[in-house]
Design a binder for this molecule. Structure first.
Ligand code: ZN
Length: 312
């Protein structure tokens, strides 16, 4: 039984029905806001497509399903553009690999996640493959910025739009995940469900969850700046910058009338009195700049953050 988020189910069923009736387009483009689960949905769809059985959902037991679960299926290829640009050589190699007859089942699948990361040549190579589809070969693309894809690619795909879930659904789903209750207290950081889940998977739940209280304590003069930054190192400094920037962002929004998470209220009350809105915005920009400079400079990151927090 698939443990898939409720808001992804209608999209999954839609494609399963098309698959079962042999009326599925050979190219799918899954779109939606960042963090709503396009990639998770795509992985489920790919499993269904690779199953050898003539049924809507993957059986989980056939040879193909077993190979998919072991991540060793020879007729399935994936390119992920999350961390870096997808280049034309990668696309050409993959198109060449899947141009052979299927080795196991009947279908072959190419999954390209974060497809907006394809450069122009890579996108053209994908377009060419879509224009001359190989038999029983499916392309599944995901993108949170589908309008930046070539219109000619979009027009050749069946569009599957993942809806943005409401907060009640997100909370209920988080409740079924490890650390769910703590993750539900991090809506000041993000309301993207799969971004929250990835924080848990990287063992960073506590890092973020502890930040508001540490900051409140620092602003009250109880904890020194060094206490707030205890545990910061080159591996997690970006998380601290993200967390602090998110808190400042919430405070800036609150100053214009948006509601604020109650855990941030004492921080807002102190900062708005002490710094004022203009300085708050400067501090926010300074944190963003520090984050983007982290990779480029050799300055000690803890010294930089200490200097930043000393001005709060
Ligand atoms: Zn199967």
């Amino acid at each position: 039984m698939t443990n898939i988020a409720d808001w992804l189910l209608p999209c999954l069923r839609q494609v399963q029905v098309l698959k079962q009736t042999n009326s599925l387009s050979h190219a799918l483009l899954i779109t939606g806001a960042d963090g709503v689960g396009q990639e998770e949905l795509a992985h489920e769809m790919v499993k269904d497509l690779m199953c050898e059985k003539d049924q809507a959902a993957a059986c989980g037991t056939c040879h193909s399903c077993q190979l998919m679960n072991a991540d060793t299926h020879p007729d399935y290829r994936i390119l992920d553009g999350e961390a870096s640009t997808i280049k034309v050589d990668q696309v050409r190699l993959l198109v060449r690999q899947i141009s052979q007859k299927p080795q196991v089942g009947q279908n072959k699948v190419v999954l390209i996640t974060h497809a907006q990361a394809m450069n122009v040549n890579a996108a053209n190579a994908v377009l060419k493959a879509l224009e001359e589809p190989a038999d029983r070969t499916f392309f599944v693309l995901t993108s949170s910025q589908s309008t930046s894809l070539l219109p000619t690619i979009r027009s050749r795909c069946l569009l599957v739009n993942v809806p943005t879930p409401n907060m009640v659904d997100v909370r209920a789903w988080l409740g079924r995940q490890p650390d769910g209750e703590i993750l539900s207290s991090l809506f000041w950081l993000t309301t993207q469900p799969f971004r929250l889940l990835s924080i848990q998977q990287q063992n960073k739940t506590q890092l973020y969850a502890a930040l508001p209280d540490k900051l409140t304590s620092m602003l009250r003069g109880v904890t020194p700046v060094s206490g707030v930054l205890k545990g910061v190192d080159s591996h997690n400094i970006e998380d601290y910058c993200n967390g602090l920037a998110a808190i400042l962002h919430q405070c800036i929004c609150h100053s214009t009338g948006a509601p604020i998470d109650e855990v941030l209220q004492p921080i807002y009350d102190t900062l708005i009195t002490r710094l004022g809105i203009q300085t708050l915005m400067q501090r926010y920009q300074s944190l963003q700049k520090m984050k983007s400079d982290l990779q480029k400079t050799n300055l000690n990151p803890i010294m930089q953050l200490t200097h930043e927090l000393n001005q709060w």
